[in-house]
Write a protein that binds this ligand. Structure first.
Ligand code: HEM
Length: 511
């Protein structure tokens, strides 16, 4: 067709774009990428070329499921400070991580966290407004304290007993394969049901992932971890107002865990505040906090904090226990030594029928094995991200402009040779019995740091310190596939599978 306005530059432009649309779009993407790479004050920082142009590089690595190992390799190749996205810098040194986590320096959580549900009422983990996060956390500190958690010991022990009963079944035949990883996973979830709402999810009882609830959480976290790399995609996907009308995106029904949490809150609202039985659990304690300051800590906050505990605390605790066992059972000399220590404590009458938290603290080699597992395989596999304050700040002796995303990854930090020794890549629990152990401990980031330090660590350490020595005292474990590594992928947490063992009851723990 003939051009009706042959001299119009605008029209010529439009015809050109129509004719070469794909090339124009590609050209714009390239120009934008190059602009982001070279116009940025971060341009001098080494890193993969593509990563400095587009977040697509990180998106791809999160999609592949092994960000933690990718970032270990990345830092080996490019050094301790790497540009891992157009506006993001990843740090490998523990000293830099300390700078980033120091409270009061004005860092804030990045938009990565905003993608995690629930969008209408964020919990302590997902809240990105620092003032609101601090307010919520203030109300949750007492309910989450070690002394509050210790009051829940009876229900934790009830769950432990149920686990022991279930594991006992595998001792009947030396050929019976027990998926210890699954049982630890179900244990971690059931404990949280008890701790948060005084109800069991029934995973241990049924010996299965009831209603696929755990798989659902894994899938959701896979989405969160991935879309969190490019948060605006969240508007097109989960927040899309058209979602209910698009067949494959439809509205999913609430999970078993969400249903139970809602039901429990509703029951307590109906029955009033003097519901003696459940005063001690997390929801009961949070409701008490709400009653004292309803304007600052709403009912919705109670729900989101208690409900959020399940999501933040289950995979993380399970993953830590699975790593502990797999590392231990793959290192026979370490296994022998830790069992000998437990036997000695048992023989000296220092262990109760249900091992207590304090008793486990007096098992130095066990503690060393636990710290070493948390060091070499921390439960969070994705990067923890913070944004520098508007005026910019100093990290590890260099200045970074305001609004820069700073990323740290526990798997990378915990291999810092300057801190953990030249053999930092190697599993060696003995390092925690050496002179510099106290110093190393200050640089373990398995629970994050600063104002966002994991609020559930007391509960996690309570259940881990009770259960693991108990299992080692009662049973002898042997890996079914001693040469196979655990299979895992990082969504936010490191979700693991394949911890299959043969179990024998230790008739005489003194032996
Ligand atoms: C061994 C088990 C656990 C590990 C390794 C772990 C690890 C972490 C890490 C690394 C963070 C910081 C995340 C960040 O800054 O992006 C964190 C935060 C958090 N964790 Fe844990 N966690 C564990 C158990 C738990 C448990 C049992 C609960 C709850 C019952 C819990 C609740 C939370 C919450 C609410 C936050 C957000 C804290 C804040 O932003 O102030 N965690 N956890």
């Amino acid at each position: 067709m003939e051009d009706p306005h042959p001299n119009s530059i605008v029209l010529r432009g439009i015809f050109f774009i129509k004719a070469y649309f794909v090339y124009v779009v590609l050209g714009l993407i390239v120009v934008r990428g190059l602009y982001r790479r070279y116009a940025s004050p971060l341009r001098h920082i080494p890193g993969p070329f593509i990563a400095s142009c587009t977040r697509g590089w990180k998106f791809w690595h999160v999609y592949r499921g092994h960000v933690e190992t990718n970032f270990i390799e990345l830092h080996r190749k490019f050094g301790p400070v790497v540009r891992s996205a157009p506006n993001e810098v990843s740090f490998a040194s523990t000293a830099a991580a300390k700078d980033i986590f120091t409270s009061g320096k004005g860092f804030r959580k990045s938009d990565f966290y905003w993608v995690f549900p629930p969008p209408e009422n964020p919990d302590i983990f997902t809240e990105v407004r620092e003032w609101k996060h601090a307010q919520m956390k203030r109300f949750a500190v007492v309910p989450y304290s070690l002394s509050s958690m210790q009051k829940l010991t009876p229900s934790i022990e009830e769950t432990e007993r149920l686990l022991l009963q279930k594991i006992d079944r595998f001792t009947a035949s030396p050929q019976a394969e027990c998926d210890l990883g699954d049982w630890l996973h179900w244990f971690a979830f059931d404990v949280l049901g008890e701790v948060a709402f005084s109800c069991s999810f029934g995973f241990l009882e049924k010996g299965m992932d009831v209603e696929g609830a755990i798989k659902l959480i894994d899938d959701m976290q896979w989405y969160d971890g991935l879309i969190g790399q490019v948060p605006w995609l969240h508007y097109i996907l989960r927040l899309n107002p058209l979602k209910p009308y698009v067949p494959f995106m439809g509205v999913s029904k609430p999970s078993l865990i969400t249903r139970l949490a809602r039901e429990e809150l509703r029951k307590r609202e109906q029955e009033g505040a003097d519901l003696e039985v459940n005063q001690q659990d997390l929801m009961g304690q949070l409701l008490k906090a709400h009653a004292g300051s309803p304007d600052k800590f709403s009912k919705a906050d109670v729900f989101s904090v208690a409900h959020g505990a399940i999501f933040a605390g289950s995979d993380s605790t399970a993953s830590t226990m699975q790593s502990f066992f797999h590392l231990l059972l793959s290192h026979p000399s370490v296994y022998t030594r830790v069992v000998a220590e437990i036997n000695e404590a048992q023989n000296a009458g220092k262990l109760s029928p249900m091992v207590q938290y304090q008793e486990a603290q007096d098992l130095p080699y066990f503690q060393a094995c636990l710290k070493e597992a948390m060091r070499i395989r921390p439960a969070v596999g994705l990067n923890i991200e913070r944004v520098t304050p508007p005026q910019g700040t100093e990290i590890g002796g260099a200045n970074y402009p305001g609004g820069t995303t700073c990323a740290v990854n526990g798997w990378v930090l915990h291999r810092d040779k300057a801190r953990f020794g030249q053999d930092a890549d190697v599993y060696r629990p003995e390092r925690w019995l050496e002179d510099n152990a106290k110093d190393m401990e200050r640089y373990l980031f398995q629970f994050g740091g600063g104002s966002h330090l994991c609020i559930g660590r007391n509960l996690a350490l309570l259940e881990i310190n009770k259960l693991l020595p108990q299992l080692l005292r009662e049973y002898h474990f042997k890996l079914v596939h001693p040469d196979r590594p655990l299979q895992y992928h990082s969504t936010f947490f490191v979700v693991q599978s394949g911890l299959k063992v043969f179990v024998e009851r230790r008739s005489d723990p003194k032996a």
